[in-house]
Write a protein that binds this ligand. Structure first.
Ligand code: CA
Length: 225
């Protein structure tokens, strides 16, 4: 069943939504402020977000903008009554839909179903984000992010990383990497793989102090989930 994140500081409303959504069979998670909401939106396996605009810490508009830098997860914004500016700003920032408080729960449920259906169709058409931990590849724009930071990778570094992430948890030999990531003229000289692995480690492992790429002595390299 779909998992819905509610980002709403008013506990009463959050609780009400939680009960209604659980009753419909959805899994529910609640964040009470913008910052933790953003974190949960980007890190957990969330299918849809209900996002209040008036939040402490980070406004709903800002949360929406930052989510959209990395994810196409459906977002339904909750706006105060008749605040046209908020609605416009929310939609400008990439929200899919909005509801004006106070709202009828049946209408919100209907909009959730529409947004989830649309998402399902999009997912079936194309998977555009590849993720391991905090490392994300946007396969459409060919960009890589660690958390909120964009990595500056060359084309070949990106291609190597994408190939290794697509084949995570598998030990890849240098020959395999050469054949799949490089042009044929490099055949026979596997040193280039080691050089590019070193580049990736400098830009990811060393920079963010993580252990992404493991050397398997005598065999090759692996990225574990
Ligand atoms: Ca609020």
């Amino acid at each position: 069943m779909a998992k819905i994140l509610i980002i709403e500081d008013e506990a009463k409303i959050a609780r009400f939504l939680e009960l209604e959504l659980k009753h419909e069979g959805y899994e529910v998670m609640i964040s009470g402020d913008g910052r933790s909401g953003l974190q949960n939106a980007l890190q957990k396996d969330i299918d849809l977000i209900i996002l209040d605009i008036m939040l402490p810490g980070l406004s709903g508009i800002e949360v929406c903008r930052r989510i959209r830098m990395e994810s196409r997860v459906p977002i339904i914004m909750l706006t105060a009554k008749d605040d046209v500016m908020d609605k416009v700003a929310g939609l400008d920032m990439g929200a899919d839909d909005y509801m004006t408080k106070p709202f009828a729960i049946e209408e919100l449920l209907a909009r959730i179903r529409v947004a989830l259906n649309r998402k399902k169709q999009m997912t079936e058409a194309k998977i555009d984000i590849l993720q391991i931990g905090d490392l994300k590849l946007n396969l459409t724009s060919h960009s890589a992010y660690y958390g909120n930071n964009e990595l500056t990778l060359t084309k070949k570094e990106y291609e190597l990383l994408e190939y290794m992430m697509r084949n995570k948890n598998i030990v890849l030999t240098r020959e395999q990497l050469l054949n799949n990531v490089w042009d044929y003229e490099y055949l026979g000289d596997t040193n280039v793989v080691d050089v590019y692995i070193r580049y990736l480690r400098q830009k990811i492992d060393d920079k963010y102090n993580i252990h992404l790429i493991t050397t398997v002595r005598g065999v090759g390299y692996i990225i574990k989930d």
